[in-house]
Ligand binder design. Structure first.
Ligand SMILES: *Cc1c(COP(=O)(O)O)cnc(C)c1O
Length: 431
């Protein structure tokens, strides 16, 4: 199955992609060359993501390279996933050793890495006695499990926040604010209402009847443009949900695992312990794994034996990868590093004193540079051409979520380039 028919660079082969599925599986593969990988992507994959910006070939540390050999500084880390960057030796060693030893077992069996990871997460979460972990494979699945826990309270209503993002499967989608994501798939699981972030009176009123199962919230709304809920509102969420016997479910899929300079973002706030927390993204450092942590005995048995499950969740390979991520964050002192480096970068960006830069939001290394004009998409494109991977979650925000081990010097290269990138994205006088 070697790729014999490689076209010379710059010489795409005849456009086989216009002919639908090739009769022999080998035909498409035989085209080989890098230049038509983008076309083959379009032919072979469903168009849910739009056109990919580049085809990436490899990564090392905080850099990745595309198929044409161009190098990029990865300031997005696969959307807050590659916590240890690319090809980290500790992660590689853990995955290789576990794959050699025992890669997958069904949930008819347990494995030591799975148990060890659950124990470790409970410890890092400072979860009280009677807490427990369920492993999934992604963020949306972790939220599905949390949704089912909420339903098991027997209460019919669930609250989520405006601008929330909780994932794309039907339950998580029902909790997600954006109409364009939800509308094509209705009817979705019912009973979900959306609240204005920061409106404590509306929260109190919604909870008052005592029939709300849970409130779902992200401590920092990542997909909404890295927008922190704020200490006061988070504390109000905790106080009022507790008062009304409602579960507080924190979605830390993007904010967890050291991303904000704390193991979990809510730990930066005094007295803020959720009833359920969901995790994924950074947990496996690129190996797919998600987790749900339930806090204390009151939540522990809401999901009864047989009421939930997954084939892959918490398999030995994923668990070993996650243990390597957690171990490295701990051993390398990355929480403190993230706080320092993130604060330094924030200061440096603001010190540019650029008229288009309004603010820097977020915490640690989950940062949103907010602009006074809707230039973020063009800026992200200009940055990519200049060798920086960032993204624009909305028109006025550039999201920075690099590997946690990035150095100030590496971030400096981006700060130094930013004025010129802004000039390229928004030539003077054009906004
Ligand atoms: C990315 C994300 C999800 C969904 O995670 P997937 O692994 O893509 O399913 C859910 N919640 C938040 C806050 C996220 O950032």
């Amino acid at each position: 199955m070697s790729e014999q028919v490689k076209p010379a660079p710059g010489q795409p082969t005849p456009a086989q992609h216009t002919q639908g599925h090739p009769a022999q599986g080998q035909t498409a593969r035989a085209q080989g060359g890098d230049l038509d990988l983008a076309q083959r992507y379009g032919d072979a994959l469903l168009p849910v993501f739009g056109t990919p910006q580049k085809v990436l070939a490899r990564g090392a540390g905080v850099h990745v390279w595309d198929t044409e050999g161009k190098q990029y500084l990865d300031l997005l880390a696969g959307i807050a996933v590659n916590a240890l960057g690319h090809g980290h030796p500790a992660l590689l060693a853990a995955i290789m050793k576990q794959a050699e030893t025992l890669g997958h077992v069904s949930n008819f069996f347990a494995s030591a890495p799975q148990i060890e990871l659950a124990e470790k997460l409970l410890q890092l979460a400072e979860a009280p006695a009677g807490s427990g972990v369920f492993f999934a494979n992604s963020g949306t699945e972790a939220n599905e499990a949390a949704f089912k826990i909420a339903r098991r309270t027997g209460r019919p209503r669930i609250l989520a926040l405006r601008n929330s993002f909780h994932g794309r499967t039907m339950g998580a989608l029902a909790l997600t604010w954006k109409e364009a994501y939800r509308a094509p798939f209705e009817p979705l699981p019912g009973g979900v209402e959306f609240l204005e972030v920061g409106d404590e009176a509306a929260l109190a009123e919604a909870l008052a009847p005592g029939d709300v199962a849970a409130v779902f919230a992200e401590p920092i709304q990542g997909e909404a443009g890295v927008r922190p809920l704020g200490t006061d509102y988070l504390q109000a969420l905790r106080r009022l949900t507790r008062e009304h016997g409602t579960l507080l479910i924190l979605d830390e899929v993007q904010t967890g695992i050291g991303r904000t300079g704390h193991w979990f973002a809510h730990q930066a706030i005094e007295g803020l312990q959720p009833d359920v927390m969901t995790l994924a993204k950074g947990l496996g450092g690129g190996f797919p794994i998600g987790a749900v942590i339930s806090y204390g005995p009151a939540v522990h048995d809401l999901l009864q034996p047989g009421q939930h499950g997954t084939t892959f969740g918490g398999n030995p390979l994923a668990s070993a990868a996650a243990l390597a991520v957690l171990g490295t964050i701990l051993e390398d002192g990355l929480l403190e590093h993230v706080r320092e480096v993130g604060a330094g970068f924030t200061r440096d960006v603001l010190a540019l004193d650029h008229p288009l830069i309004e603010e820097v939001r977020g915490a640690g290394l989950l940062l949103g540079i907010g602009f006074r004009a809707p230039i973020a998409p063009q800026l992200a494109t200009a940055a990519l051409e200049a060798g920086f991977i960032v993204n624009a979650p909305d028109g006025t925000t550039l999201r920075i979520a690099p590997p946690l081990l990035i150095t100030p010097a590496e971030l400096d290269t981006f700060t130094a380039a930013l004025p010129a990138l802004l000039e390229a994205a928004a030539p003077e006088g054009e906004n």
